[in-house]
Write a new protein. Sequence first.
Length: 211
Amino acid sequence: MQATSLAERYFAARYSFFKWRYSLTLVNKFVMASAMACVTGLLALVRIPLPFTPVPITGQVLGVLLSGVVLGGLFGSVSQIIYVGLGIAAGIPWFAGGASYSIDSFIYLPTCGYLVGFVIAPLIIGKYTDRYISARGFLSQMRVMMIGVGIIYIFGAAGLSLVIGSGFRETMMKGIVPFILGGFIKAAIASGISFSILPKTSYNDEIDKLN
């Protein structure tokens, strides 16, 4: 009986959170987006350099993927605009490994394309997740998270190629191939978290709303 009661409270709490998030004022949505930018910055402290590429393994991607779920598509992207924008404009040391970059140095940064991908990926993830109840299962979330990872890698590889002047093969070997397994793992972790926190009932007049 107690276990059933706890489960019911949990289901009610996650529904209430997303219903509340959807109805927030614009100011409060910006506050939440700023908080998620801080989460991404904290995860960026996890940095593992690789000797054969200027692109390190970092924890940022996990925060990026989850921002679309927690905040929705638009404000998931806004959270990453805040993250990238404040990091560059104010010099906040919350990029990979606690690094900071100026506006002038950003365009020469080998990882600048990945940061652009950070802004776009949550938009796709959040829009899809908010629109369909059927998108909130683990496998559905895994698919959309992998799409998000793919977006980040495509923009990242394009930026890397422009900065270091690499061809297709070198770009793939330095900008995508070493990170495929890590991207899959991050997508799986993000999918597990999102599956556990997402309500499986309508909170936003979803297209496939259950009666």
